[in-house]
Write a new protein. Structure first.
Length: 163
C-alpha cells in the first residue's frame, strides 16, 4: 500500500491526470517540505491540508536539496525514509520528490488546484502561487504549532547529547 502512494513526479502527473479525467470534480491539494524528522506539527498540518480537498500530494525535497537549504549535516533521514513516513499517514494520498531548491517545476508539472504551506508563509510568498492562481486555484497559509520544528528537535537532541 505504501509503495502505491510513493511515485516519481512523472508517474504522479500521469496518475493525477487519469484520476481527474475520470472524476473532474476532484480537488488536488499540494504541499511540500523537507520533513526531515516528522513530528506532531507535521501530522496536524497535513491533516488540515487534506480537509481542503480530495487528494493530498506531498512534495519532498531530495537529500541534495535539503543539504543546500539546511547544511551538510542534513537531512537526518534520507529521502526514501522520509517518503515512507509521509506515505504512512492516512491524510496523505501521494508522495513525490523534487531535486530543485523549490517545488516550482513540480507544481507546474502536477497542476494542483489548491496550494498550501505553513503559517510562517504569506500566501503571496508561497512558491508556485502564481501558477495555481493563474489556473483559478487557491493558495492557503495554514496554522502550525509554534515551537515545534525538525530543526528545533535536532538542536535539542544535540544539546542533550553534548551535555
Amino acid at each position: 500500500m505504501l509503495k502505491a502512494k510513493i511515485l516519481d513526479p512523472l508517474e504522479l502527473a500521469a496518475v493525477l491526470k487519469q484520476r481527474l479525467a475520470e472524476e473532474p470534480s476532484l480537488r488536488v491539494v499540494f504541499t511540500n517540505g523537507c520533513f526531515d524528522l516528522v513530528h506532531s506539527g507535521h501530522v496536524q498540518y497535513l491533516e488540515e491540508a487534506r480537509t481542503l480537498g480530495d487528494i493530498l500530494v506531498v512534495g519532498v525535497n531530495s537529500d541534495a536539496s535539503v543539504q543546500r537549504l539546511k547544511g551538510l549535516e542534513r537531512p537526518i533521514n534520507p529521502l526514501s525514509r522520509r517518503m515512507i513516513l509521509l506515505a504512512a499517514l492516512e491524510s496523505v494520498s501521494y508522495v513525490t520528490f523534487f531535486e530543485e531548491d523549490t517545488p516550482y517545476e513540480l507544481i507546474k508539472l502536477l497542476e494542483p488546484g489548491i496550494l498550501v504551506k505553513g503559517g510562517d508563509w504569506r500566501p503571496d510568498q508561497i512558491v508556485g502561487s502564481d501558477l495555481v492562481l493563474a489556473r483559478g486555484g487557491t493558495v492557503h497559509s495554514l496554522s502550525f504549532e509554534a515551537g515545534i520544528s525538525s530543526t528545533e528537535l535536532i538542536r535539542r537532541i544535540r544539546k542533550e547529547y553534548e551535555s
